[in-house]
Design a protein around this ligand. Structure first.
Ligand SMILES: [Zn+2]
Length: 120
């Protein structure tokens, strides 16, 4: 992929990451403002590190963040935009809609079919 395009996707990924983190921060703020007591373990963690911050990220957001981090690494090592299964370039329209994608649409569909069969 051309450097100009890589830079474009990098910005897209960084923006997405920022949005997720901002949303999580707002959730955190809301909880604090409402003065809801946190479970002890979580409260403890909150004092110790930003692990609690991570814990408060919803599961889906955490997964998405991980995917974004992975995609950013791929941009660095030059493997971004290549399907992890078949090695073909991922359609750019797909990448614009889902910059964190690591599979082309065909492989993604095949994976989802397998997951359904396995009942995941
Ligand atoms: Zn593929």
């Amino acid at each position: 992929m051309e450097r100009k395009k890589l830079e474009f996707f990098k910005q897209l990924l960084l923006k997405r990451k920022e949005e997720i983190l901002r949303e999580a921060l707002e959730t955190k703020k809301e909880l604090t403002e409402r003065g809801e007591p946190l479970p002890d373990a979580l409260d403890q963690a909150a004092r110790e590190s930003d692990l609690a911050f991570e814990l408060r990220l919803r599961d889906r957001e955490q997964k998405l963040l991980k995917k974004i981090e992975k995609a950013l690494k791929k941009i660095e090592d030059g493997s971004y935009g290549i399907c992890e299964v078949c090695g073909e370039p991922i359609n750019e329209k797909r990448l614009i809609a889902r910059p964190e994608a690591t599979l082309c649409i065909e492989c993604k569909r095949a994976q989802e079919r397998m997951e359904k069969i396995r009942g995941e």
